[in-house]
Design a protein around this ligand. Sequence first.
Ligand SMILES: [Zn+2]
Length: 69
Amino acid sequence: MPMGKCKNITRLLSDALDRSLSTGEWVAIRLHLPTCSGCRNYRKQIRLLREAAHTMSGISMSDTAGSDD
Ligand SMILES: [Zn+2]
């Protein structure tokens, strides 16, 4: 299992949070994930992090929205 590939895949997974990936990039991810538990775990973790960030920004946004009233 080439390690350079994992570096590329994890970078694409985190890029996917900020921008749209090309079809070729998604194909690379979809071909790689079933073969690599490390990258599957990485994807799971950045999803959790993103959800936590959304929850926190949701809380602070409703906080500021309410304080003006
Ligand atoms: Zn991998």
